[in-house]
Design a protein around this ligand. Structure first.
Ligand SMILES: Cc1cc2nc3c(=O)[nH]c(=O)nc-3n(C[C@H](O)[C@H](O)[C@H](O)COP(=O)(O)O)c2cc1C
Length: 391
């Protein structure tokens, strides 16, 4: 079984839409939980005004009946509440039509954004045509898709959570405790989605200082998945390695410039004796790990331990104190385009990161256990757990 999905929609267009295909039939779907995930994406200190405008209510148009998936494509729709203010700018009709207008054009590209290369590549004179789709607004509908997949993972005993570990220059080195199941509940109440209170206050101060300067910030977030069965992914082909798909997914998120699994970059600087997870005998002839430096993946396969992924997000590229740029029609030096924008979106990116790991694991789970219905898939998963889990 393969999970496939496609998203569409402009940031200030009428709506975001998606089709998700490949989830088994018979999965009970809690529609309220879809809304909960979308609300979590809007959280976080440093977000712009857009988050207060949009309520991001998701409508399920197909593939679900009487609260259960049908096995047919699931289509989702999120209407942009801001659309009435943009229907002239973003009209589908030609500009000759009185319902359309060529206002809010963008002629000075923002350094660090898709504006310049996107306009060259697609031949757009108005870079609004680029920024409307390159905007991270697209991730709203990906979170909606993933919140369906998250319920599939939940039915399979897998739980995904995240936290922010760095904003700008402030790091939160609070170690994770064993209470992973409550991690999201704990960090969702923090405006920065981090565990350490002193770090949280320092991050807030750094966001405020950046905002006052008209500047922006990036950071690092961590996504964890536990309950993952051993053996998802494979070593036999490069494109079946679990980290390969994790890298692809995380780097598909706007502004993500680095991804690591487990100790990642830090493991490059320590000897092997401090880099690997020693093996211990466990009851019933099984084997346990003394640590989880590998972040739950070895040889392209899940080890059965917690999967730990970290991603680095660069600072937001729309600055209220704009960077130098060029007005494309005249070639003159100009200040970059300014558009309503976030100062820091790392907490939101962490929630989106959960969605990306969710989609990766759902795909890998379907590859390994397959089945057209949950009734077919779940017994295979249970039998595998009985065969592989430490007693
Ligand atoms: C959750 C989230 C929110 C973002 N918000 C903004 C924003 O408000 N303004 C902005 O210029 N960029 C924002 N970005 C970053 C841009 O989308 C991103 O830098 C742009 O697509 C260029 O792509 P690249 O950075 O991957 O090269 C956001 C990214 C994420 C993940």
């Amino acid at each position: 079984m393969t999970l496939r999905y496609l998203t569409a929609g402009e940031s200030h267009g009428q709506a975001l839409v998606a089709i998700l295909e490949g989830l088994p039939a018979g999965l009970p779907l809690d529609l309220l939980a879809l809304h909960t995930e979308l609300k979590r994406r809007k959280l976080g200190y440093g977000r712009g005004a857009r988050q207060t405008i949009e309520d991001d209510a998701v409508e399920v148009l197909s593939g679900v009946r009487h609260g259960y998936t049908l096995g047919s494509p699931i289509s989702l729709l999120i209407r942009n509440r801001d659309w009435p203010n943009w229907q002239t700018t973003m009209a589908v009709a030609s500009v000759a039509d009185p319902r359309a207008g060529a206002d809010r054009t963008v002629s000075v590209p923002r350094p660090g954004h898709a504006d310049l290369v996107g306009s060259l590549k697609y031949g757009h004179h108005d870079m609004r045509n680029v920024l409307e789709r390159s905007s991270a607004r697209e991730t709203t509908i990906r979170v909606a898709i993933a919140s369906v997949a998250r319920q599939f993972l939940g039915a399979c005993g897998i739980y995904v959570a995240s936290r922010v570990v760095q904003v700008g220059s402030v790091q939160d080195a609070t170690p994770l405790d064993a209470e992973l199941a409550s991690l999201n509940a704990r960090v969702d109440s923090s405006p920065l989605r981090c565990l350490g209170k002193p770090a949280e206050q320092a991050m807030i101060a750094e966001v405020e200082a950046a905002k006052a300067r008209g500047d922006t910030l990036g950071g690092v977030f961590e996504v964890l998945a536990f309950g993952v069965p051993v053996g998802l992914g494979s070593y036999v082909h490069w494109d079946r390695r679990l980290e390969a798909e994790i890298g692809r997914q995380f780097l598909s998120l706007n502004a993500i410039k680095g991804v690591e699994v487990g100790d990642g970059f830090a493991s490059a600087g320590v000897p092997g004796s401090l880099a690997h997870d020693e093996l211990l005998p466990a009851p019933h002839g099984r084997v346990a790990y003394a640590s989880n430096r590998a972040g739950g993946i070895t040889g392209g396969m899940s080890t059965g331990q917690c999967v730990v992924v970290r991603a680095a997000m660069k600072p937001i590229s729309t600055l209220m104190q704009p960077l130098h740029s060029v007005k494309l029609e005249t070639g003159e030096v100009a200040e970059a385009h300014v558009e309503r924008s976030d100062v820091c979106a790392v907490p939101a990116a962490a929630v989106i990161g959960e969605s990306l790991l969710t989609l990766t694991l759902a795909q890998a789970l379907l590859h390994k256990f397959g089945g057209d219905s949950m009734a077919e898939l779940l017994p295979r998963l249970e039998a595998w757990h009985a065969h592989t889990d430490p007693a």
